[in-house]
Design a binder for this molecule. Sequence first.
Ligand code: SAH
Ligand code: SF4
Length: 363
Amino acid sequence: MQNLLDFDADGLTAWFAEQGEKPFRARQVLRWMHRSGVADFDAMTDIAKSLREKLKARAVVAPPTVVSDKLSDDGTRKFLIDVGNGNAVETVFIPEDERGTLCISTQAGCALDCAFCSTGKQGFNRNLTVAEIIGQLWLANKALGAVHGDERVISNVVMMGMGEPLANYDNTIKALRLMLDDNAYGLSRRRVTVSTSGLVPTIDRLREDCPVALAVSLHAPNDALRDQLVPINQKYPLKELMAACRRYLEKAPRDFITFEYTMMAGVNDSDAHARELLALVRDVPCKFNLIPFNPFPGSPFRRSPADRVRRFGEILLQAGIVTTTRKTRGDDIDAACGQLAGQVKDKTRRTAGTTIPIQELRT
Ligand code: SAH
Ligand code: SF4
């Protein structure tokens, strides 16, 4: 059985052609699935009965399963999504006055092993499928009552959940295309953000294939420190990363790169670090998003004190760089950045490098 949520528009059209069906039929089904959130072929009322029967025999519309759905006091809502084998990933909806942002995951676990990240500490399990990535938007839309009509409860999507989106490149691109497609979610390119730890070759590919807003996880102003915090820096050092950012801006839907910078006490948060950063990003139009470190058990780092974050931000601001500090939201439901823990079903399983147990972070 083919899961039709695994296709972007072109893929669906090609699959319909293989079944002897016209492109406009694929478009109709695409709209039913993504614009109307319909999974049942019989509910697709303008599709001929004979085609519905054919589809039922060969395909399904199968989003992943939500295993838990928690609402925080501040309105943040966290969905735990089953990805099989006792593992799960997280999707977080963050409502704000002017927008609603959905933070989605792209991998179960992550291979890049950043020193301060709980997802990284879990190791890599597997890439999410297109259906699992776009399915997070599909499910959240439904849970938030946003389907049917044009109501934009979710106006923004950020790929800042679990995993490195550019390490699951093909599936990420297909999911991005669905997000932008007017027959699917119709989101603005400027309101869809890929966050990457700095995979230089795939930043270049993204620029050509599907330029959306780009956030780069910087976390350190020099190679010596970044090599330790973000080990992929050893392969793609800062000079190359900054050059890739400049190239990206030639085609980006926004005229700046967002640099994410997790603030860890005594590690990367001094005035000298801030000044070193200014020199590093001199030639890259950018904004900074400072993220106070979110602790998790077993982590050696501590969050920078609030006045340190403020002072650090002031140095960047005084140099003319727009700098915001990320509010810690969803704290009470462990939905803050870097706290996305995943599944709790089976905490003991360990299958030689392929299946990771997803540990509960806080009890
Ligand atoms: N893999 C991608 C996207 C997911 S992480 C990336 O690394 O960019 C989203 C952001 O949260 C990244 O900037 C990441 O570095 C940051 N982060 C990870 N762990 C964190 C923690 N414990 N506290 C604060 N931010 C964290
Ligand atoms: Fe992976 Fe991003 Fe976590 Fe690094 S910060 S381990 S790239 S999810």
